[in-house]
Design a protein around this ligand. Structure first.
Ligand SMILES: Nc1ncnc2c1ncn2[C@@H]1O[C@H](COP(=O)(O)OP(=O)(O)O)[C@@H](O)[C@H]1O
Ligand SMILES: [Mg+2]
Length: 266
């Protein structure tokens, strides 16, 4: 069943400049789609359009249907209902998603409580479990910390835990490892990969690095200047890219072989 259906999506800047042009793709339930392209190719705007989060002043046309709801032109109330329940997002910079003035535990407990109705000690235990699931050590200590009191890698795990707490059908991840130290990037990627497979969640995974996308997804959409250049299975795109642009992306993905090795051992 189609979970996300993007059809003829176009986004224009306030000055009329086309930023995303006639983009179409779909994601089935449980499917993992990667979006790859050089910086400025329109990947982030596409993910924002899916959640109805485009900056004010931009004009959007076409259609984005998420779990049966048309997102383009939807009133804020309908968008609020969809976010979290049908799709949740992890951004490149975890501080965008986290409230700097709220302890980490409350930021997980909030969405958990909304979904489950749990309170008190049951909610507290579930919050610690959610933090442990993203492999955070000492979940009780992390829960009582403010975002600035933990490391960037730990913050990104918290953002992932908050997204997963809603049990969304679709996880959107926009360059979730790009801002992290190289030493923790692979671990974070492995964590996302493991958790979405366990939960059979659909994923829309955005990166400028094909090696990263190849680790987590099965199918890849290649974007350039706001348009789809080509689309296909990860192995086909890597093994036989049709476009020169895609060939360049393959060539610049230095860790591609090791990423594909990792996949084949699973
Ligand atoms: N708020 C904005 N106002 C005007 N142009 C923007 C805005 N945000 C992004 N853009 C432009 O839209 C294009 C696509 O941006 P983006 O989706 O962020 O690219 P990517 O995520 O692939 O790097 C870029 O040319 C960028 O400069
Ligand atoms: Mg981006």
């Amino acid at each position: 069943m189609t979970l996300l259906d993007v059809s003829g999506l176009s986004v224009r800047a306030a000055d009329g400049r086309p930023l995303v042009a006639d983009l179409s793709f779909s994601v089935a339930g449980g499917e993992r789609l990667g979006v790859i392209g050089e910086s400025g190719s329109g990947k982030s705007l596409t993910t924002l359009a899916v959640l109805g989060l485009l900056p004010a002043g931009m004009t959007v046309t076409g259609s984005v249907v998420l779990a049966g709801t048309e997102i383009v032109g939807a009133p804020e109330k309908r968008l609020t209902a969809v976010r979290g329940r049908d799709a949740a997002v992890v951004f490149q910079e975890p501080l965008t998603a986290l409230d700097p003035l709220m302890r980490v535990g409350r930021q997980i407990a909030g969405p958990l409580a909304r979904r489950t109705g749990w309170k008190g000690s049951r909610l507290r235990r579930a919050t610690f479990d959610a933090l442990a699931q993203v492999r955070l050590p000492e979940p009780e200590r992390i829960a009582s910390a403010f975002p600035h009191e933990i490391s960037g890698g730990q913050r990104q795990r918290v953002a992932l835990a908050a997204a997963l707490a809603c049990e969304p059908a679709l996880l959107i991840a926009d360059e979730p490892t790009t801002a992290l130290d190289v030493s923790v990037q692979a671990e974070m990627l492995d964590l996302i990969d493991t958790l979405v497979r366990e939960r059979e969640m659909a994923v829309l995974f955005v990166s400028h690095d094909l090696a990263v996308v190849a680790k987590v997804t099965d199918r890849v959409l290649v974007m350039k200047d706001g348009r789809a250049v080509e689309e296909g299975g990860v192995q086909d795109i890597v093994g036989a890219p049709r476009e020169q642009y895609t060939r360049d992306l393959v060539a610049s993905a230095r860790t591609l072989e090791s990423a594909l090795d990792l996949r084949s051992t699973q």
